[in-house]
Design a binder for this molecule. Structure first.
Ligand code: NAG
Length: 259
């Protein structure tokens, strides 16, 4: 009777609860590449798998297959780190990571989102240009155009890169041999050195050399700010002046009756 009642009340609810804890206890980690997921051949890149869960082991996959790449020793509390030294074109591809507890290595977390690692330098260099001024006011827009030298029919994508960023700023499919990147509502922090690459969307994921760098300047709206400050200063001076005049007047000529 009692077990029946229990299973009656548990039906649905307990099953749901168990599913939530089993899947929810190992949520998907995030995978990033440092210094960047678009890196030149011969350079070193670190892939970092991050999760808020503590004391777990990490595993890396490339194109869905487990990689025999040992996790670099780090603090057991930190993210999982995998070092790729002297990058070769065979390192390019789609990576995911996952983690598990040592006690139950067969219970894996959900895989991270896919990180596409590109090794540049294997296809001719594209050119990056804009028909607008490189100096833009904050909140302005700018269109950049990346063009590859030949019109090969291979499926390619274009990526806009910014120096210091660990991932492409934008990805675009090409129209013929070029792609347009639209930078909108620019902030002062968007200023910097931009370049672009194009790459194959399938293995072996060959990527071009990076284009020339294009310096973008974003000017803050200083003129309006200065005008406001000037007006405020003028108002303050008028008020102070009025107080001084009032003080001077009451000091030298005492009022001769009720005002
Ligand atoms: C890559 O790392 C190795 C050590 O693993 C180091 O000897 C080498 O100088 C590094 N290369 C670059 C380009 O930083």
């Amino acid at each position: 009777m009692i077990p029946d009642l229990l299973s009656f009340f548990c039906f649905g609810f307990c099953a749901d609860q168990r599913n939530v804890t089993e899947q929810g206890s190992l949520p998907k980690p995030s995978l990033g590449a440092w210094p960047s997921s678009v890196a030149p051949a011969g350079s070193n890149v670190t892939l970092r798998c991050w999760t808020p869960a503590r004391g777990v082991h990490f595993a890396l996959r490339k194109g869905g297959a487990a990689l025999e790449l040992p996790q670099s020793p780090g603090s057991p509390e930190g993210p999982g780190e995998f070092h790729l030294a002297d990058l070769q074109i065979r390192n390019a591809g789609e990576y995911t990571c996952e983690y598990y507890r040592q006690a139950s290595p067969d219970t894996r977390s959900q895989p991270s989102d896919v990180l596409l690692l590109l090794v540049t330098g294997h296809l001719p260099k594209p050119s990056l240009k804009t028909h607008q001024n490189h100096k833009v006011f904050a909140r302005g827009n700018l269109t950049l155009q990346c063009e590859k030298p030949d019109a090969t029919t291979q499926p390619t994508m274009f990526a806009l890169l910014k120096a210091g960023a660990s991932a492409p700023m934008q990805l675009r499919s090409p129209e013929q041999n070029r792609a347009q990147f639209s930078l909108q509502d620019l902030a002062v922090g968007d200023a910097g050195s931009y370049s672009c690459v194009y790459y194959q969307t399938r293995a072996p994921f060959l990527a071009s050399q990076p284009s020339n760098h294009l310096e973008i300047w974003v000017m803050g709206d200083y003129t309006t700010g200065n005008l406001v400050r000037l007006c405020l200063a003028a108002v303050v001076m008028v008020i102070v002046g009025a107080f001084l005049a009032e003080a001077w007047y009451s000091h030298t000529a005492p009022p001769q009756g009720p005002r």
